[in-house]
Design a binder for this molecule. Structure first.
Ligand code: GLC
Ligand code: CA
Length: 543
């Protein structure tokens, strides 16, 4: 970590002296996703906050990440985990204030960490002053900033909310308004220039406070079909993302101009970046959002959505390398986030799920590009069983309980062995989501002392990734043979091979070199071969 930050922050880098410009930091960064509400509670109200995060920055520096991305910290209506924003240029009192954010950025800098914020341009909260004004007066300038339709029996078109049910709800006076997510998240009308102007102000507001960029929520949204025509089909949640069946709601060509303008704003602030959430089925379309004059990168969700088997994983890696390579952007790999079931559980749960999650981490951290690590994945947290009465996710409610919702991956972090696992100070209010009774076993304090823990594995992997540029900055080729997936990462001075056994039997792989790291102690290595147990991975520096 220290090495890469130094290259980005100073001109004393040997490569600069040699006449070569160092790569921008974000190209190979490990970005740690902080679910703010669940990270660390400083004042005992059971809610994670900026002061809590600030106190835990040394942990993130120790772990070896390069940057943190914080889920929305803005005043919010609380209908969708902070993704329904009331004021884009403020901090929710639950989390602190703008001075806390500035203090966080300064402390992070001192520790060599950068801070990336979440920005949500597709929709506001229904409690945003613009929406209140729009509801109060259909002829107000604010009403033009949303999608309203006059009263009628049927909604204006067949669009569905991603959280379930129609994408249109009615105001008290009978007008329809569009919300592609929950009714508390009215969609903005980006054909109205005041909307774009206000977001540029928001970007500058935070960039002026020293943040290093933004994760852009629903970056494939914003513009809708100008005539709001019916979609040809309904979205099937099994897809990798939206496709032609949703052609009228997403991925309108006009949106790319927004990213060009935002890129120009970021270009005024050195070393800042934009990373987009672009959930489209066609990866070539996703990559277009990261053309050289648009966002710096777009999150690649293929690994996150692939079942545990060599072919889907190889396809996930290769297709991302091809698509992003085609526009000259690095891939931003993702194995977990606040919207998806935790890896350990997704990959089968228990010992098997844990072994697979550890192996997958070594795979992701070897691949060229940046890697996004979701808070708690470095602890091997499983999906928590959140009782229905404690759930808060609108997906659970809007589907009438048919979809379990995302609360189980948003449960607070276990820090130590105490009853409350150290999330809040002693004697605090209960945590905002219940922490399972047996989570002390995953606590940071325990795993720090355990040389075989998932936390130790992540820390070693991050240190090695920083020390071996073939990892993260190499040229990768992917191949499969039986149950073994191989990624060969060719750097300037060495080649590192990542082997992953995704099958149920131990496999002997011919491979000479020295072992850098293994996901389990039971990997056996002798001259010329590696015996890989089921669900394990190894990094080998080739001779
Ligand atoms: C993104 C966020 C998700 C949120 C949605 C609506 O997909 O990751 O958590 O619910 O956008 O803002
Ligand atoms: Ca708190």
């Amino acid at each position: 970590m220290a090495r890469r930050l130094a290259t980005a922050l100073t001109s004393t880098d040997p490569r600069v002296a040699a006449g070569r410009s160092p790569s921008p930091w974000w190209q190979t960064a490990v970005v740690y996703q902080v679910y703010l509400r669940s990270f660390a509670d400083s004042n005992g109200d059971g809610i994670g906050d900026l002061a809590g995060l600030r106190s835990r920055l040394p942990y993130l520096a120790w772990l070896g990440v390069d940057a943190l991305w914080i889920n929305p910290h803005y005043p919010s209506g609380g209908a969708d985990g902070g993704y329904d924003i009331v004021d884009y240029r403020a901090v929710d009192p639950d989390y602190g204030d703008v001075a806390d954010l500035e203090g966080l950025v300064k402390d992070a800098r001192r520790l060599g960490l950068r801070v990336v914020l979440d920005v949500v341009p597709n929709h506001t909260s229904d409690r945003h002053p613009w929406f209140s004004a729009a509801v109060a007066d259909p002829d107000s300038p604010e009403a033009a900033r949303y999608h309203f339709a006059p009263p009628s029996e049927e909604p204006p078109n067949n669009w569905q909310s991603l959280f379930g049910g129609p994408a249109w709800s009615r105001t008290a006076d009978g007008r329809w308004y569009l919300h592609l997510f929950s009714p508390e998240q009215p969609d903005l009308n980006w054909r109205e220039p005041a909307v774009a102007a206000d977001f540029e102000r928001t970007l500058r507001f935070w960039l002026d406070r020293g943040v290093s960029g933004f994760r852009v929520d629903v970056a494939y949204g914003l513009f809708k079909d100008a005539a709001l025509r019916d979609n040809p089909g309904s979205y099937a949640p099994t897809l990798f993302g939206h496709g032609p069946e949703q052609a009228m709601t997403w991925n309108q060509p006009e949106v790319h101009d927004v990213w060009r303008r935002w890129r120009a704003v970021c270009d005024e602030y050195p070393d800042t970046m934009l990373v987009g959430e672009v959930c489209l089925a066609d990866l070539e379309q996703v990559a277009l959002y990261s053309r050289p004059d648009e966002m710096h990168q777009s999150l690649s969700f293929r690994l996150l959505k692939s079942p545990w088997a060599t072919e889907p994983f190889a396809e996930a890696v290769q297709s991302a390398l091809d698509a992003f390579g085609g526009v000259g952007a690095p891939v931003s790999w993702v194995l977990g986030n606040h919207d998806k079931e935790r890896q350990v559980t997704r990959f089968g749960g228990g010992a098997v799920g844990t072994a697979r999650a550890r192996a997958a981490a070594l795979l992701m951290l070897a691949l060229p590009g940046s890697a996004y690590v979701y808070a708690g994945d470095e602890l091997g947290l499983p999906q928590a069983a959140v009782p229905d009465e404690a759930k808060l996710d609108p997906i659970f409610f809007r589907s009438g309980g048919a979809r379990v919702g995302r609360d189980g991956c948003r449960v607070p972090m276990p820090w130590n062995d105490s009853d409350g696992v150290g999330f809040s100070p002693e004697g605090a209010a209960p945590a905002w989501l219940p922490i399972p009774a047996d989570w002390q076993q995953y606590a940071v304090s325990r795993q720090t002392r355990d040389g075989g823990s998932t936390l130790t594995l992540y820390r070693r992997a991050l240190a090695l990734r920083a020390a071996h540029p073939a990892l993260a900055a190499g040229d990768a080729t992917v191949s499969t043979r039986g149950d073994v997936l191989t990624v060969r990462c060719v750097g300037e001075s060495e080649t590192v091979r990542c082997l992953v056994n995704m099958g149920a039997e131990t496999v002997l792989v011919g491979c000479s070199g020295s072992v850098l790291l293994t996901s389990t102690v039971s990997v056996r290595h002798s001259a010329g071969s590696v015996a890989l147990p089921p669900n394990s991975a190894v990094w080998v520096v080739e001779d």
